[in-house]
Write a protein that binds this ligand. Structure first.
Ligand SMILES: NC(=O)c1ccc[n+]([C@@H]2O[C@H](COP(=O)([O-])OP(=O)(O)OC[C@H]3O[C@@H](n4cnc5c(N)ncnc54)[C@H](O)[C@@H]3O)[C@@H](O)[C@H]2O)c1
Length: 460
């Protein structure tokens, strides 16, 4: 089928690449030419600068100019096109609502072209962006206003997790398609023919509104589960010294009804979706005079979690930060991605700078270039204090304490590296519980405080 994917960020690029693998003729369309040039080069480093996902450059290299084309104009392409996926940004506004300006701007560009099509065959416009319930209906109104003939609308939310985007696009848990007519649903089935009769992948057809709601419920439920462990599990481990987090998790999740996924405690969940989607749902409920107490608590717990370890270090360990040098391990919001959107590290840096630290010596295996954009000294001169280092050891060298913010595998079991790089007194703030043998560290004179454990002062 001939398909246009509008917006080539994390979602659009991955989706376009995987669709091309299945033999569709895919036009990945974006307004950002620099980005398109990087994709056209098929150079993994240049692609990774924008979207760093394992396996993605190989699919692009394999299919480019055969099944996959990167374009910044679709005027000559819309004829003969069966479907357009809208993978546009829907960031949060300050009041929490979804900012649909990119989405509607793109529509205002695309709709007049569709109105002028010579080929009057059915074309389906599909929302893959996460959009408030009812947006597909607005899409329909907009296309009618522009006089687009013979079109359908559909909602096909994306559930891919960053870091695992290719694998999960090739083998999703489910494909949710909301549509109005059998004709449109049939077009969607042809696009996703490899999934419709799959033994393990659920192919779910429903109304556009239900599909939109499924995305919000799924994402806020995941965050609720994470926040439950952070708000209840972590607090238990911190309040009662002999409660062991790892045993607590195993004991609770041995019940098949309780998910093992998300049963960890941490310095909060980041990423482009959790925070924004829950805020959007809160806003949607408020606009309908619905109660929002549960969702607001979930959101607040997650935000609190991002920096409360620093507050605990001050209160429980008597740590002072003024003029101190702090090593920061991990900048991306989770392992295996360079994405820093809503990353806990942003809040950690903000909190440390507010406490007057002298330097933040950061290390991340993938997100340094990204971090330099966030911590640009032209935006705030205090960001000059954030320095970038080539290894964990380099970041630790010369520091007074360390904060572990991301769950990169290479941060697991760091006690030996810490001992080699810095001598006590030294404080380890472990936001990800990455140091299972922390007791040995404490025996050797280091202080240790982790999410889910009481402060451990050094053995004198
Ligand atoms: N990132 C995720 O993990 C994820 C997962 C599921 C759903 N989503 C949702 O998918 C949507 C896209 O997210 P993303 O992370 O890919 O965003 P992104 O910001 O990485 O990419 C969006 C792309 O759209 C392009 N764009 C903006 N205006 C355009 C226009 N007028 N015409 C063509 N292209 C235009 C931008 O240049 C950019 O390349 C959002 O609604 C998001 O909530 C994201």
């Amino acid at each position: 089928m001939k398909i246009i994917v509008a917006g080539t960020g994390f979602v659009g690029l991955t989706h376009a690449a995987v669709l091309s693998e299945y033999g569709h003729e895919v036009y990945a369309y974006d307004v950002d030419n620099t980005k398109l040039d990087a994709y056209r080069s098929a150079d993994p480093a240049r692609i990774g600068h924008y979207v760093s996902e394992p396996g993605l450059p190989a699919i692009i290299a394999e299919n480019i100019n055969r099944y996959l084309f990167f374009v910044n104009n679709i005027e000559d392409i819309v004829d003969g096109t069966d479907a357009i996926f809208l993978c546009l940004p829907t960031p949060p506004r300050p009041n929490g609502s979804s900012d649909l300006s990119f989405y509607f701007k793109a529509l205002d560009q695309i709709a007049p072209m569709l109105a002028k099509r010579q080929d009057k065959r059915r074309i389906v416009l599909i929302n893959k962006s996460t959009v408030p319930v009812g947006t597909a209906r607005q899409l329909e109104v907009k296309l009618k206003e522009h006089g687009v003939p013979n079109f359908g609308i559909a909602s096909n939310p994306e559930f891919l997790p960053e870091g695992d985007a290719v694998e999960k696009s090739r083998r999703p848990d489910r494909v949710v398609v909301g549509g109005d007519t059998e004709e449109d649903l049939r077009i969607m089935r042809r696009i996703y023919s490899q999934f419709t009769n799959h033994v393990r992948i659920s192919y779910i057809e429903t109304t556009p509104e239900t599909a939109e709601a499924i995305k919000y419920v799924a994402n806020t439920l995941l965050l609720t589960y994470i926040s439950f462990w952070n708000g209840v599990g972590a607090r238990l481990g911190e309040a009662f010294p002999n409660v062991r987090m790892e045993d607590l998790k195993r004991g609770v999740t041995a019940d098949n009804r309780i998910s093992k996924w998300g049963s960890y405690v941490s310095n909060g969940a980041g990423g482009s979706c959790f925070g924004k989607d829950i805020q959007s749902l809160i806003y949607q409920f408020k606009s309908n005079s619905q109660a929002t107490a549960l969702l607001e608590s979930v959101y607040d717990i997650n935000e609190y979690q991002k920096t409360y370890l620093i507050d605990r270090a001050a209160q429980e360990a008597g740590a002072t930060f003024n003029h101190k040098t702090v090593a920061l391990l991990g900048l991306s919001f989770k392992q295996r991605t360079n994405d820093m959107r809503d990353s806990s590290s942003l809040k950690v840096v903000e909190s440390l700078l507010a406490r007057g630290v002298k330097e933040i010596r950061s290390y991340d295996p993938l997100a340094v270039e990204e971090a330099k954009r966030y911590f640009n000294p032209d935006k705030n001169h205090l960001f000059e204090k954030v320095t970038y280092h080539d290894s964990v050891k380099d970041a630790l060298t010369g520091s007074d304490m360390v904060f572990i913010s991301t769950d990169w595998e290479e941060f697991r079991g760091l006690s030996r590296t810490i001992e080699q790089a810095v001598k006590p007194p030294f404080l380890v703030m472990d936001g990800r519980r990455m140091i299972p043998d922390y007791k040995e560290l404490v025996e050797r004179g280091y202080s240790y405080i982790a999410v889910g454990s009481p402060f451990m002062s050094p053995v004198k």
